[in-house]
Design a protein around this ligand. Structure first.
Ligand code: PLP
Length: 398
């Protein structure tokens, strides 16, 4: 299931082992060095002393710095406090968390929504709670790291099917004699592609399997009013074999995630989902921010249309470079193959005032390094066109 990072050679001491690991990553052009950003969460920031437009965040609707969302978070901190003081099992479930769960469930048309501290925790908790030694989990080979880790923690037998290959998935389902759980990203976060959600659901039904969908990059982006890829594919939101992980950390601009599922699955999560039982619940300002963001999205579905128009503008302006990914997805990958070239382009674009992200192994398979551009409803047409013009010019010179 894994794309492991480079292994360091055996070394004389623990510290020497760690040094050798970092040296090996650096020599391969794979060292991750986060940049320091000033100026908050809007689409403009100061990075390495330079004023930039941000094309690398997951704030697809521009809600992270929206006035109503900021005001709600500030008010919650003033009236309720900062931290939630414990998990819901330990110190009581704050009523605001129950309210957010009801609002999210209503928005998604689901029977229930159960909040986890992050999308990462929601995926891990779901797979570990539904899994077990009597289960087989069938996982797309390009699934997010949190799904891979959830598979590992589930103690289930894990089968990795070829990316988006429903024939391979079905062959494996036919062979399986155990209880089956299919799991897939609905939008693949570094490829910008959309899973065949209807096909996955059909296979799940035919083979009596659960279908777990990670809607992290589909919520607020795809489907009617931003209700996600399952909604776009016409999946009944009350289908009790489908479990959808919806994050509030990306298009909703806040933090945390919710597992949208039947009341029975919620019950199982609250008994067995260790990543949400043994972790502090979301802080009050985050809950309030997510509620305000959801209200803003519900009342302004044109935000999603505006995002789609911006995506079309950037993809159109980059046409000659053949961006990959689905037309309506705001993740726009430009393949370079070579990790050094991806990093050089990232640095040159930063000098010109555009913050973009180079994605390299082990996040993506060797030979498929890329620039990952993300579009927001907060970007102006001029900003999108300026980014595209600079990328076209720098790529021609590279
Ligand atoms: C596909 C996918 N799933 C889950 C997550 C984790 O979500 P969170 O950042 O809320 O932990 C991410 C974010 O990195 C993601 O891209």
């Amino acid at each position: 299931v894994t794309r492991e990072s480079l292994e360091a050679p055996a070394a004389a001491s623990p510290a020497a082992w760690a040094r050798a690991l970092l040296d090996a990553q650096a020599a391969a052009g794979l060292l991750r060095v986060p940049r320091t950003r000033h100026g908050g969460s809007g689409s403009h920031a100061v990075v390495d002393g330079r004023h930039v437009t941000v094309f690398s965040s997951n704030d697809y609707l521009g809600l992270a710095a929206h006035p109503a969302v900021r005001a709600a978070a500030a008010e919650a901190a003033r009236t309720a406090g900062a931290g939630s003081t414990g998990s819901r099992h330990l110190s009581g479930c704050h009523a605001s968390i129950n309210a957010l769960e009801s609002e999210l469930a209503a928005f998604e048309g689901a029977e229930t929504a159960t909040i986890a501290p992050s999308g990462y925790a929601a995926n891990v908790a779901t797979l570990q709670a539904l899994g077990g030694p009597d289960a087989v989990i069938l996982s797309d080979e390009r699934n997010h790291a949190s799904i891979i880790d959830g598979c590992r923690l589930s103690r289930a037998h894990v089968e990795v099917f070829a990316h988006a290959d429903l024939d391979d998935l079905e062959r494996r389902l036919r062979r399986s004699t155990a209880r089956s759980i299919i799991v897939s990203d609905s939008v693949f976060s570094v490829d910008g592609t959309i899973a065949d959600v209807a096909g996955l659901a059909e296979l799940a039904h035919r083979h009596g399997a659960w279908l777990v969908l990670d809607e992290a990059h589909a919520t607020g982006v795809l489907g009617p009013g931003g209700r996600g890829a399952a909604a776009a594919a016409g999946i009944d939101p009350r289908d009790d074999t489908v479990v959808r992980v919806v994050t509030m950390s990306k298009a909703l601009g806040a933090g945390g995630a919710a597992v949208c599922a039947s009341a029975t699955v919620r019950g199982v999560l609250l008994q067995r989902g260790r990543a949400l039982i043994f972790s502090t619940a979301l802080p009050h300002p985050t809950v309030a921010a997510a509620r305000a963001a959801l209200t803003t999205l519900r009342e302004n579905p044109d935000l999603v249309d505006h995002l789609r128009a911006n995506v079309a503008t950037l993809r159109g302006a980059l046409d000659e470079l053949d961006p990959t990914g689905a037309a309506e997805v705001p993740i726009v990958p430009l393949l370079t193959g070579d990790p050094h070239l991806a990093s050089r382009l990232e640095a040159s674009l930063l000098e010109r005032g555009h913050l973009v992200q180079a994605v390299r192994p082990p996040t993506v398979p060797t030979g498929t390094s890329r620039l990952r551009l993300t579009v927001s409803a907060a970007h102006t047409t001029e900003e999108l066109q300026a980014l595209a013009a600079d990328i076209v010019e720098l790529s021609a010179a590279a």
